[in-house]
Design a protein around this ligand. Structure first.
Ligand code: FBP
Length: 553
């Protein structure tokens, strides 16, 4: 790591993340309360059959007590950072580090290098106090790097077992999103079936905000990433309102879910914000989506405002029904005929080859798209079978189609549109105070789960808008969040993604205000994340969480 810490970086290194009261007495004095047996969100029989050893475990909640609850034995723990970066990952590791060292000084933390492949290949480093000290409260995953290898084959699992035995590990903590935590659950089940005494614990990470439910109120990193994007969007709005000559189309990361776009809209009040989940619910065609944008452009022009800001979720195309069908047909076609389709090499030939394996309607749509988008739709899926939506230039597609429609409508003004894509700009930002504290608490909670030999659990910290003292730490069985979904042309057990709830309070708030935001320049400029200063400025979390918990003041 670079030793060139900025002035802020140096000051930030001294920040002491806060823990909830239930963890503040140290891991040994934590009472683990067990709830009732649980079941998966859907497909219970199938998930139970696939996870016979780990299914049905109870929810766990931690409580600080006076008496030690268990003897302090040395723990050897391996940690993996998996998938896309999210602010606060280093603090999760710091929480695990401090937790196991508080059990007994001789405990050791190892970091597997480069994501899950480091675990399979036995590539790791020991994370000691000095190394950990350089990464506290920093963004990024660079302490041990990340990767997207999917753990799924028996051969990989057996290699993990060999590594675990050689390193004499008590536990592996996998810090990842829905797919990586699915891997963690499958690995936990495999270890349990093979009587390997090594726990597998997950931690909920992803800027996308789509790994959430009653017990996982938010995934870490969402808060910081969205605050970073909102700062940039606010700056763009101010520029648009000053120059009054451009329309800015801003695509935002977030995969299938529009949580990032919705939260950024709540923070900045743009003129347009598309919500993929709503488009799907209303079964809007691509043409209708374009018309809805053009209507706003024309109305604003009519009011003398030939400028504006539009937010576009990166997963949009998957939710426009005809695109959704095209993508799932292409997924199947590529899963079974990839070499035949890709052999051609040239886009037009690949399109021809793909069209032989998809419906007539999808073939027509694919052929009608610009070359660049055709190619982007046929790129390799990620190791989990997801289409790589961050590589599809939806913002450019929309600009092109809006321009065409404006010509059809004989638009008198000049439509000067600029495109932006915000994703990487926020994924490694230094964690907000909220993420710094939340992540540290998640890591510390993971160390308690390890101490109590729990496996197949995800660390959980709840009541996140109630003040840190009252946060409830514990563990949730990962199988509880699972259902069966189609991936890579086959049905697989996966953690159910949490998409934007159209009946939820964040969306309802947005729906109530968006027409006004479309017409007016009610822009909000959130500015940069503040780390030092009054608590109402520095410790405030995001609108999504506050609205969901009726905590918006
Ligand atoms: P995760 O689900 O792994 O947390 O992904 C987060 C994310 O930033 C998505 O928003 C985005 O689509 C994807 O990663 C891009 O990842 P990559 O840079 O590996 O293509």
């Amino acid at each position: 790591m670079s030793e060139n810490l900025s002035v802020l970086g140096k000051a930030r290194a001294d920040y002491k993340p806060k823990l909830p009261l239930s963890l503040r007495t140290g891991p040994l004095k934590v009472l683990v309360n067990q709830g009732n047996a649980t079941q998966s969100v859907r497909d219970q029989d199938k998930i139970k059959e696939l996870f016979p050893n780990t299914y049905g475990a109870p929810i766990l909640t931690f409580e600080a007590v006076e008496e030690k609850q268990t003897a302090g034995m040395p723990l050897n723990v391996g940690v993996v950072l998996s998938g896309g970066q999210a602010p606060g990952g280093h603090n999760v590791i710091a929480g695990i580090f401090d937790g196991i060292k508080a059990v007994i000084g001789g405990s050791k933390l190892y970091g597997f290098l480069g994501g899950p492949s480091g675990l399979v290949d036995g590539k790791y480093i020991e994370i000691d106090r000095e190394l950990m000290g350089k990464y506290r409260n920093t963004g990024g995953f660079d302490i041990i790097q990340s990767g997207r290898t999917k753990l799924e084959s028996t051969e990989q699992f057996d290699r993990c077992i060999a590594v675990v035995k050689k390193m004499d590990l008590n536990a592996i903590v996998i810090i990842g999103g829905d797919d990586s935590n699915t891997n963690a659950a499958v690995l936990a089940e495999y270890f349990a079936a093979k009587k390997v005494k090594c726990s597998v614990i997950g931690c909920p990470k992803t800027i996308d905000g789509d790994l959430k439910n009653e017990y996982i109120e938010t995934s870490f990193g969402f808060d910081t990433a969205v605050k970073t994007y909102s700062e940039l969007i606010g700056n763009i709005e101010r520029d648009a309102n000053s120059a009054r000559k451009y329309w800015h189309f801003v695509k935002l990361m977030g995969r299938s879910a529009s949580h990032i776009g919705l939260e950024a809209a709540l923070q900045t009040h743009p003129n347009i914000c598309l919500i993929s989940e709503e488009i799907k619910e209303k079964k809007m065609t691509l043409e209708q989506v374009i018309f809805s944008i053009v209507d706003v452009v024309v109305a604003r022009y009519g009011a003398g405002k030939n400028f504006g800001v539009a937010l576009i979720p990166e997963g949009l195309v998957e939710f426009i029904p005809e695109f959704g069908i095209l993508i799932s047909e292409l997924n199947e076609a590529l899963a079974h005929n990839e070499s035949e389709i890709k052999k051609a090499g040239k886009v037009a030939e690949m399109v021809e080859a793909a069209c032989k394996h998809i419906s007539e309607a999808s073939a027509k749509l694919l052929k009608s798209l610009p070359d660049g988008i055709q190619l982007q739709l046929m790129l390799d899926r990620d190791p989990h079978g997801n289409v790589q939506v961050s590589l599809i230039e939806t913002e450019k597609l929309l600009i092109e189609m809006v321009s065409k429609e404006l010509k059809v409508r004989a638009f008198k003004g000049k439509f000067a549109a600029l495109n932006h894509f915000f994703g990487y700009e926020g994924r490694c930002a230094a964690p907000s105070n909220f993420d710094a504290d939340y992540c540290y608490s998640l890591g510390y909670a993971a160390s308690v789960l390890v101490l109590h030999n729990k496996t197949g659990y995800m660390a959980s910290v709840r009541k996140l808008t109630d003040g840190i003292d009252n946060w409830i730490a514990g563990g949730v069985p990962t199988t509880m969040m699972m259902n069966m979904e189609r991936r890579h042309g086959a049905d697989k057990p996966v953690i159910q993604k949490a998409l934007v709830d159209l009946k939820g309070k964040p969306f309802k708030y947005f729906e109530k205000h968006r027409d006004e935001w479309a017409r007016l320049e009610d822009y909000m400029f959130p500015g940069p994340i503040q780390y030092f200063g009054p608590t109402e400025v520095c410790d405030v979390t995001n609108y999504t969480l506050m609205l969901e918990h009726d905590a918006l003041k």
